[in-house]
Ligand binder design. Sequence first.
Ligand code: ADP
Length: 346
Amino acid sequence: MSLIVQNVSKKYNQQKVLENISFTMKEGEVLSILGPSGCGKSTLLQIVAGLQDLNDGEIRLNDQVISSKKYSASPETRGINMVFQDYALWPHLTVEKNIGYGLKMQKKPKEKRNAKVQFLLDLLQLQGLEGRYPSELSGGQQQRVAIARALATEPKLLLLDEPLSNLDMQLKFEMRNELSKLLKEFKTTALHVTHDPLEAYALADKILILRNGHIEQFGTPHEVRGNPASLWVAGLLGMTNRVNGIAHSSNSIKIGDHIVRAKGQLEKDERCVLVTGTETTTIHRQHVDNSFAGVISHIVYEGEKWRLIIETNEGSVTSLTDKIYEKGDKVWVEIHPEKAWIYKES
Ligand code: ADP
């Protein structure tokens, strides 16, 4: 199996929603398209599924053109199945019949169908629920049925559109781990859409970051997290601590009276922004190497740790600590040079 998406562009009326999108996927690979709402993720997935036409470019599945300007293979002939955000189960069919629906359409013999449905019921821990209707299931159970139904016909490619977004926090966490395990066990080739970086890290071999219809970054989760291509990507990935300063060298920034090293490619004296995650800063009562000063403006107790909001003249920072501090304390925020980035101010 290989999917080749080449220079795909799409307009709705006169609005460009996808511009020159190109990527390839190999057999067994999971690719996550990550981006904020409205960036074109669902449109791209629907074009691959054959539910939307493209205006330019070409898509090939196993070396066969399935979408181009001149031709669009109908969705049911593509060998692609989709799991929708709202599950889209047949409300009038039981769990068993929902899962077996595609196999019935393919006119598979009854014994084979039953054996496959049984296998998927076991795999997705749905035993005992086979006779229930979707309205009699919890969100997590409906999600499992939708996944089982999509896997039943062994599609060449599985499309997952925000598959966990309707689940509550705890279930989302559990299903994320389960889905990650399942996709790898089945060696499923899957194209997955999400706005949640943690979901993309957990499921993806490669992440494609989409911004206003163009590719902002493409790489493994580790590459993307380790080197966000822009200040915008760093924000999307949840690195919310931002402090302004002046570039001291190509990879250091002057914040107040202190110089802090991080990853960067700057020109000396340009205005720039230091970016880090909450978990990667350490708080001290005295000055240490690679730190800058601030004053605690607010403290939130979170059970294991305290979350400190620290104000500097150049921005505010959030940090976690297991030590006791008080509002108004002067502290130094130590930056891990491999886990912080400096970008030119945009
Ligand atoms: P995402 O999945 O990233 O939230 P979408 O692909 O749904 O983004 O939408 C991308 C852009 O295209 C948005 O501006 C949206 O309003 C617009 N759009 C989506 N579907 C249609 C449609 N059927 N007709 C017109 N505009 C649409």
